[in-house]
Design a protein around this ligand. Structure first.
Ligand code: SAM
Ligand code: SF4
Length: 315
């Protein structure tokens, strides 16, 4: 389960939101921590064992670490992972270790501070870069997420892949998706998985395919002799839908059984209307049964085209 704990963010990545930001939801529309704990508790009885915390930027929400302690204590929740932009993360490393979080995905699209500014519209490269090494020093399993964008960061593919030489990091290149909060601007995918792979293969002719975990969204490779791995996430081409077992809870408490579906089922409203745990379980089970077979079907079923920002969905 991917749980977006807020829609607020301290960066303005252009592929995620417009420069002026999005209209953040009023606080009353966001799930409270208590509501999130109840929802995860119910889902844990239905077989959810792994929760990824995302957002918006998770650390922008107050008292996140207190919430994570409580989440970890839920029966059946075996693993909590986190996706973060790394701006505020450094100060919480000790707390994350104490909670027992081991896996962190850090979003970093470039190793060039000026390009970082152009992409995120904020001057925070140094903090994020330091966070990467602080996390590695603290023995976290770190994956780097880099969205590949024509005219922005394609010169970074090889420098990012080179990080895997000396560090046990998983660098994952993500196809750009249309969730930029500016609906009219559906990106033309110049850099699909095949082009990303061809670029890596050109630089590393001996690139080796390695085994992917059963529900992995990334196709993973290793450069011989390097410590880390490189992966490609075909998020736009949607080639991994057959093995995807994720569900999403957006910041406003809508259930999504596919990233590309319209959402719309407000678990928040059902919780606030006084539904019992058993009734909520039935709602979840019904939604899981009618899940689209893949991201294309989910997108086709929508009544409106994609206009939302990834900051409300959580990636
Ligand atoms: N703020 C945190 C961060 O950036 O890591 C967590 C939320 S962010 C929405 C989660 C992931 O979604 C990030 O790795 C980000 O790069 C990715 N993402 C956002 N918009 C995207 C888009 N239009 N296409 C592909 N990936 C996107
Ligand atoms: Fe913020 Fe993450 Fe979206 Fe960038 S991708 S604007 S860091 S939520």
């Amino acid at each position: 389960m991917r749980l977006a704990v807020t829609d607020r963010c301290n960066l303005r990545c252009f592929y995620c939101m417009p420069e002026e930001g999005i209209n953040y939801l009023p606080k009353s529309k966001l799930l409270t921590y208590e509501e999130m704990l109840r929802i995860v508790g119910i889902l844990a009885t239905m077989g959810i064992s792994k929760v990824r915390i995302t957002g918006g930027e998770p650390f922008v929400r107050h008292n996140l670490t207190d919430f994570l302690y409580q989440l970890k204590a839920i029966d059946g929740i075996q693993e909590i992972n986190l996706t973060t932009n790394g701006v505020l993360t450094g100060q919480y490393i000790k707390a994350l270790q104490d909670i027992g979080i081991r896996n962190i995905n850090l979003s970093l699209d470039t190793l060039d501070p000026q390009r970082f500014f152009e992409i995120t519209r904020r001057n925070e490269f140094d903090k994020v870069y330091k966070t990467l090494f602080d996390l590695l020093d603290a023995d976290f399993y770190v994956k780097l997420n880099a969205v590949v964008m024509e005219g922005k960061n394609t010169d970074d593919l090889i420098p990012l892949a080179e990080l895997t030489k000396n560090y046990p990091v998983g660098v994952r290149f993500i196809e750009e998706m249309p969730f930029n909060g500016a609906g009219a601007n559906y990106p033309i995918l110049h850099w699909n998985q095949r082009r990303i792979l061809a670029t890596l293969q050109e630089a590393y002719p001996h690139l080796q395919k390695i085994t992917d975990s059963p529900s992995s969204t990334s196709a993973n490779y290793q450069i011989p002799g390097y410590q880390g791995t490189v992966g490609i996430i075909a998020a736009f081409s949607r080639t991994f839908c057959g093995t995807c077992n994720r569900i999403r809870m957006t910041a406003q408490g809508e259930l999504k059984t596919c990233l590309y579906d319209e959402g719309g089922l407000s678990i928040r409203d059902l919780v606030r209307s006084g539904m019992s745990d058993e009734q909520l379980k039935d709602v979840f089970a019904q939604a899981f049964r009618s899940r689209a077979k893949d991201g294309f079907e989910a997108e086709q079923r929508r009544s409106n085209r994609v206009t939302e920002s990834m900051t409300t969905i959580g990636g």
